[in-house]
Write a protein that binds this ligand. Structure first.
Ligand code: HEC
Ligand code: HEC
Ligand code: HEC
Ligand code: HEC
Ligand code: HEC
Ligand code: HEC
Ligand code: HEC
Ligand code: HEC
Length: 441
C-alpha cells in the first residue's frame, strides 16, 4: 500500500518537473503535510526547506508515504528505509551495499556480548546501536527490531547526510565521521585531527592555509572519488589470512585467532565463527584481497607523496602489528594457562576454557557478579591498546601509536604477569585467602 503510494508520488514528481501548469495543484497537496508540520515540527520543515530535495519538489510524503493524515494517526507513517532512497539514488545505494558499512548492524548482533546488554544500548540507538545503525536491514531484521518495540533507526543514509537537509557537503566534512570513529577502540577522529593531515585541514578551514592547499580527509582516503564503498586492508581486528611466512608471527596470530574463537584452542581447527568473519567481511581472507585494498590506499597516498615514501609509512604500520601481536599473544597465553590449570574458571557461556574476546569486557559471559579481572586487562590490551598501535601508525599519530598504544600494552603485560603470579600463588597455598581470589579471579 505504502509502496504504491510512493510510486504515485514519483509520478507526481515527474509531473511537477514536466508540467508547470499542474505544479500549483501539486504544491497545494505538498503543503498538506507541511502546513500542519510547520506547527508540529517547525525545525524539520525548515531543515527540509534548505535541502536539494525541497528544491526538486521531493516532499515529506515521497519518503514518508500518505497513510498518516492527521494528528490522530502518526503511527501510520512510513519511516523510510534505504530502499526508499534507492528509488532515486541507486548508485549510492549499490556502492554502500558493497562496502563495510553495510555490515555494521550484523556485526554488532554477531557478538556474543550484544545479547547480554540492555536493549536500550543496542536496538534502542544509544551505546553500540547508536553507531552500528550502519547497514541495510533485512526484512527479518526489521521485523525483529519492530518486535522488540523499536520504531526508529531504519535508515543508514542519514548517518552522514543527516535529516532533513540531506546535504552532500555535510557528508564531505570529516566531522561527519566523528561521532562513530572516536573513543575507546577506534579513535581515528582523535588521531587524524591531531596529526598533520588533520591539523592542515583545520588550518585551511580557518583560513590559515590557501583554499587550494591539500589536506586529506577521512573521505579522501576511505571514500575516494565519491564512492560509498569502504573497506581497508587490515580492517578493525588487524588480522588476516593466509598466515604470514614468519613462523613466530604466524604462531602469534594463531593465538589471537583462538582468543577470537575462530580457531578452536583445543583442536586447532577452524570454528563456525570463521563463517561469521567471512560473511561480514571482518578480515581479508586471501593475499589478493588484502593486496587489492593496500594497492588502492597506496595510489591515494601517491597522489601527494612519493610512492616510496608512502609505502614505507604503510609498512611501519604492518611492522607494528607484528610487534604488537607478539606481546598480545604472550599475554593471551598467560591467561589461557590460568584457564587450563583451573585457576580461573571458564564462564558458562564462553566457547572454550580460553579467553573469549566476543564477550568484550563481560568476562563472565552473562553473569555480572563474577567478572574476571585479569581477563578484563587482557581484553583492554587487545581492544584498546593493540588497536591504537596500528591505528595510530596508519593515521600518523605518534602519541597514539606510542603512549596510548604500545606503552599501554607493555603496562598491561606487566599487570597480567603480576596478577597471574599472585593467582597461582594463592591457588597453590590454598589458604583461606578467598577475599583475594575474589579480587583477582
Ligand atoms: C493535521 C496535522 C498533521 C498532518 C496533516 C500531518 N501530520 Fe505528520 N504528524 C502530526 C503529529 C501531531 C505528529 C506526532 C508528533 C509527535 O509525536 O510529537 C506527526 C508525526 C509525523 C512523523 C513522525 C512519526 C514518528 O513516528 O515519529 C512524520 C514522519 C510525519 N508526521 C510525516 C507526515 C507526512 C508525510 C504527512 C503528509 C502525508 C503528515 N505528516 C501530515 C501532525 C500532522
Ligand atoms: C528524502 C526523504 C525524506 C523526506 C523528503 C522527509 N523525510 Fe522525514 N525522515 C526521513 C528519514 C530517513 C527519517 C529517519 C527514519 C529512521 O528512523 O531511521 C525521517 C524521520 C522523520 C521524523 C521522525 C524522526 C525525528 O527525528 O523526529 C519526522 C518527524 C520527520 N521525518 C518529518 C518529516 C517532515 C515533516 C518532512 C517534510 C517537511 C519530511 N520528514 C521529509 C526521510 C525523509
Ligand atoms: C523521489 C526521488 C528521491 C528520493 C526518494 C530521495 N532523493 Fe535524494 N535527491 C533527489 C534529487 C532529485 C536530488 C537532487 C539532485 C541534484 O541536485 O542534481 C537529490 C539529492 C540528494 C543528495 C545530495 C544533496 C546535495 O547537497 O547535493 C543527497 C545526499 C540525497 N539526495 C540523499 C537522499 C537520501 C538519504 C534519501 C533517502 C532518505 C533520498 N535522497 C531520497 C531525489 C530523491
Ligand atoms: C553512524 C556511525 C558511523 C559513521 C557516521 C561513520 N562510520 Fe565508518 N564505520 C562504522 C561502523 C559501525 C563500522 C564497522 C562496520 C562493521 O561492523 O562491519 C565502520 C567501518 C568503517 C570503515 C571500515 C574499516 C574496515 O573494517 O576496513 C571505514 C574505512 C570507515 N568506517 C570510514 C568512515 C568514514 C570515512 C566516515 C565518514 C565519512 C564514516 N566511516 C562514518 C560507523 C560509522
Ligand atoms: C562510538 C561508536 C561505536 C560504539 C558505541 C560501538 N561501536 Fe563497534 N564499531 C564502531 C566503528 C566505527 C567500528 C569500525 C572501527 C574500525 O574499523 O576501526 C566498529 C567495529 C566493530 C566491530 C568489528 C566489525 C568488523 O567487521 O571488524 C564489532 C564486532 C563491533 N564494532 C561491535 C560493537 C559492540 C558489540 C559494541 C557495544 C558493546 C560496539 N561495537 C560499540 C563504532 C562503535
Ligand atoms: C559514511 C558516510 C556516508 C553514508 C553512510 C552515506 N553517504 Fe552519501 N555521500 C557521502 C559522501 C562523503 C558524499 C560526497 C561524495 C563526493 O565527494 O562526491 C556523498 C554523496 C551522496 C550523494 C550525492 C552524489 C552527488 O555526487 O551529487 C547522494 C545522492 C548520496 N550520497 C546518497 C546516499 C545514500 C542513498 C546513502 C545510503 C544508502 C548514503 N548516501 C550514505 C557519505 C555518505
Ligand atoms: C591519509 C589517508 C587517511 C586519512 C586521512 C584517514 N585514514 Fe583511516 N586509514 C588509512 C590507512 C592507510 C589505514 C590502514 C589501511 C590498512 O589496513 O592497510 C586506515 C585505516 C582506517 C580504519 C580501519 C582501522 C584502522 O584504523 O586501522 C578506519 C575505520 C579508518 N581508517 C577511519 C578513518 C577516519 C574516520 C578518518 C578521519 C577521521 C580517517 N580514517 C582518516 C588512511 C587514512
Ligand atoms: C591530498 C594530499 C595527501 C595525501 C593523499 C596524503 N598525504 Fe600525507 N601529507 C600531506 C601533507 C601536505 C603533509 C604535510 C607535510 C609536512 O609535514 O611537511 C603530509 C604529511 C604526511 C606525513 C608526515 C607526518 C608528520 O608527522 O610529519 C606522513 C608520514 C604522511 N603524510 C603519510 C601519508 C600516507 C601514508 C598517505 C596515504 C595513506 C598520505 N600521507 C596521504 C598530504 C597528503
Amino acid at each position: 500500500m505504502q509502496q504504491s503510494g510512493m510510486i504515485r508520488r514519483i509520478v507526481l514528481l515527474l509531473l511537477i518537473l514536466s508540467l508547470p501548469a499542474v505544479s500549483n495543484a501539486i504544491a497545494a497537496d505538498e503543503l498538506y503535510c507541511i502546513s500542519c508540520h510547520r506547527g508540529v515540527t517547525p525545525g524539520y520543515v525548515q531543515d527540509w526547506e534548505v535541502s536539494r530535495h525541497a528544491a526538486m519538489g521531493i516532499d515529506c510524503a515521497v519518503c514518508h508515504g500518505e497513510d498518516h493524515q492527521s494528528a490522530d494517526d502518526p503511527h501510520m507513517v512510513q519511516l523510510p528505509t534505504e530502499e526508499v532512497c534507492a528509488m532515486c539514488h541507486q548508485d549510492q545505494y549499490d556502492q554502500f551495499a558493497a562496502g563495510k558499512h553495510n555490515h555494521g548492524w550484523k556485526s554488532l548482533n554477531a557478538m556474543a556480548v550484544t545479547h547480554v546488554e540492555p536493549p536500550e544500548l543496542m536496538d534502542g540507538s544509544r551505546g553500540c546501536g547508536g553507531c552500528h545503525n550502519m547497514g541495510i536491514k533485512s526484512e527479518d531484521e526489521l521485523q525483529a527490531h519492530k518486535d522488540k518495540g523499536y520504531r526508529y533507526q531504519v535508515n543508514s543514509c542519514d548517518e552522514c547526510h543527516t535529516r532533513h537537509s540531506f546535504s552532500k557537503t555535510e557528508a564531505q566534512d570529516p566531522r561527519a565521521c566523528q561521532m562513530c570513529h572516536m573513543g575507546y577502540d577506534h579513535p581515528q577522529w582523535e588521531m587524524w585531527s591531531s596529526a598533520k593531515h588533520g591539523t592542515r585541514w583545520f588550518a585551511r578551514d580557518s583560513g590559515n592555509l590557501p583554499d587550494n592547499a591539500v589536506a586529506p580527509t577521512c573521505q579522501h582516503c576511505h571514500l575516494p572519488g565519491g564512492t560509498h564503498t569502504n573497506r581497508t586492508a587490515w580492517g578493525f581486528f588487524g588480522v588476516r589470512l593466509p598466515l604470514p611466512d614468519d613462523p613466530k608471527w604466524a604462531k602469534d596470530r594463531t593465538t589471537i585467532l583462538k582468543a577470537l574463537g575462530i580457531i578452536n584452542p583445543q583442536t586447532g581447527e577452524l570454528t563456525e565463527r570463521l563463517k561469521v568473519l567471512q560473511s561480514l567481511d571482518m578480515a581479508r581472507l586471501t593475499e589478493r584481497d588484502w593486496q587489492a585494498e593496500r594497492g588502492k590506499m597506496l595510489d591515494i597516498c601517491a597522489g601527494c607523496h612519493s610512492r616510496s615514501y608512502a609505502r614505507k609509512q604503510l609498512k611501519t604500520g604492518d611492522a607494528m602489528i607484528q610487534k604488537a601481536d607478539e606481546l598480545m599473544a604472550g599475554a593471551i597465553q598467560i591467561v589461557a594457562d590460568l584457564y587450563a590449570d583451573g585457576i580461573i574458571e571458564k564462564p558458562e557461556d564462553y566457547l572454550f576454557a580460553y579467553p573469549d574476546f566476543w564477550y568484550f569486557l563481560r568476562t563472565a559471559g552473562h553473569r555480572l557478579e563474577n567478572l574476571s579481572h585479569i581477563d578484563q586487562v587482557l581484553f583492554q590490551m587487545f581492544m584498546k591498546h593493540r588497536m591504537r598501535v596500528y591505528q595510530g601508525c596508519f593515521h600518523l599519530n605518534p602519541d597514539y601509536a606510542y603512549w596510548y598504544g604500545w606503552a599501554m600494552m607493555t603496562k598491561d603485560m606487566g599487570e597480567i604477569q603480576k596478577s597471574a603470579a599472585l593467582l597461582r600463588q594463592a591457588h597453590a597455598e590454598k589458604n583461606n585467602i578467598a577475599w583475594y581470589r575474589k579480587l583477582f579471579r
